[in-house]
Write a protein that binds this ligand. Structure first.
Ligand code: ATP
Ligand code: MG
Length: 389
């Protein structure tokens, strides 16, 4: 008996026109994550099979690949009734169940026994060998038997994948990544929609520490398990931030600082041909994330800004952060450029006219330009998430 893994494609059915691209990028991502494993991969428009002596470790890796709906452990046997029945009995030794049903699909019409009769016969053999019952409505186990020209496939166990679209199918965006809880979650959700990422982090040494920067890089590493080629760009933000504090009334410093961040982010995105900005803003969470603030801040840019967690409760975001293992890193207590010199009363409904007036007090354009031109870039290597914990 030959063991195979059947990879069921994710949300492919709704995207018929993009099928070819979907599969091509999924194959590329699977090959990247399986580097170093001993396997062969075959695929066509409807299914993909992986053969390997190490299916357990292959499954562990594939459950982190977006675009996979599920991974079915299946066995290929010769097409004859005795062999099919004895193989099923053998395979079920490993699987706990009390109720089951058999579903046969006879793709090879030369096989003499019709599907229904085949299911009935195989069901009879299983009942004879195990203490169990048939339940056609809610069985513990559905055994799928597919009779094809090249052999018969027995589908035993289905492992759920993480769904979504293959990373990269939408091209790349620029994630504004801080050390907080929200932006890594926003990054994970973007990757799940097929948007590959580069990350942008604003640092203000000596006001922010090396630990704060390393924390952001560690967060990028964790979400890189779902991508494989994330770059982190670090913006030297100190000079611009100090100018803001010198020239802008305290209640407006955060608003102006965020307008500068958007200007820089747009500049970096354009330079690196990244299609959108993404960030972890969530409506109402802090003064700079009221709708009034968002309007005034967003107005400095024309590039689309995607906010994957905009409408989530903090607790929902935390749940995802825990699931993807970013939470413990995010709550490490290092300061961020947004939290140093935090004003006592930040404005929650800023006026655009005032922002422009304050910004004209200093030559911000050349400082923005300088930030864009002095970015430090770190390229992360592909790493399996378990190696990081
Ligand atoms: P928290 O989880 O504590 O809310 P946060 O990272 O969401 O942290 P906010 O002040 O709410 O922090 O910032 C909103 C968004 O702005 C962040 O999610 C992130 O996308 C972006 N941002 C904030 N600070 C930085 C920074 N230093 N570098 C890059 N992006 C940042
Ligand atoms: Mg936040």
């Amino acid at each position: 008996m030959e063991k195979l893994l059947l990879i069921k494609y994710g949300e492919l059915t709704t995207k018929k026109g993009n099928r070819k691209m979907f599969i091509k990028i999924l194959v590329r991502n699977i090959e990247a994550i399986l580097e170093g494993e001993d396997y062969t991969l075959h695929y066509d428009r409807v299914r993909m099979y992986i053969e390997s002596p190490n299916t357990t470790s292959i499954i562990e890796r594939l459950v982190k690949v977006f675009g996979i709906h599920s991974i079915v452990e299946c066995f290929k046997v010769n097409t004859n009734m005795e062999e099919i029945a004895s193989s099923l009995v053998e395979l079920l030794k490993e699987v706990p169940f009390q109720t089951f049903k058999v579903e046969t699909k006879r793709a090879d019409k030369d096989f003499p026994i019709p599907s229904m009769e085949c299911s009935r016969k195989l069901g009879g053999v299983i009942l004879k060998n195990y203490d169990c019952k048939v339940d056609v409505h809610h069985p513990d186990l559905t055994l799928k038997v597919e009779i094809r020209k090249e052999g018969t496939f027995l589908y035993i166990r289905e492992n759920p994948g993480i769904g979504g679209y293959p990373v990269g199918i939408q091209g790349k965006g620029l994630l504004m990544l801080s050390g907080g809880i929200d932006s890594p979650v926003a990054g994970y959700l973007s990757l799940k929609r097929g948007v590959d990422l580069e990350c942008l982090y604003f640092e203000s040494p000596p006001h922010t520490s090396l630990e704060a920067k390393n924390k952001v890089i560690q967060l990028a590493r964790i979400i890189n398990a779902y991508s494989g080629n994330i770059k982190v760009h670090i913006v030297p933000f100190t000079k611009l931030q100090e100018e803001i504090y010198k020239n802008v009334p305290e209640s407006y410093v955060i608003t102006i600082m965020r307008r500068m961040m958007y200007r820089i982010a747009e500049g970096v995105a354009n330079k690196r041909k990244l299609k959108v900005l993404l960030n972890g803003e969530s409506i109402g969470q802090v003064a700079s994330q009221t709708l009034d603030s968002m309007r005034v801040i967003n107005s400095v840019t024309n590039i689309p800004v995607i906010r994957p967690v905009a409408c989530m409760d903090k607790l929902e975001i935390i749940d995802i952060a825990k699931k993807i293992n970013t939470y413990e890193t995010s709550i490490l207590p290092y300061e961020d450029c947004c939290t140093i010199f935090l004003p006592k009363h930040p404005v929650i409904n800023p006026e655009l006219g005032k922002c422009i007036e304050y910004e004209n007090r200093f030559d911000y354009a050349s400082l923005v330009e300088e930030c864009i031109n002095h970015i430090e870039t770190i390229s992360l290597k592909k790493q399996i998430i378990d190696d990081l914990l």
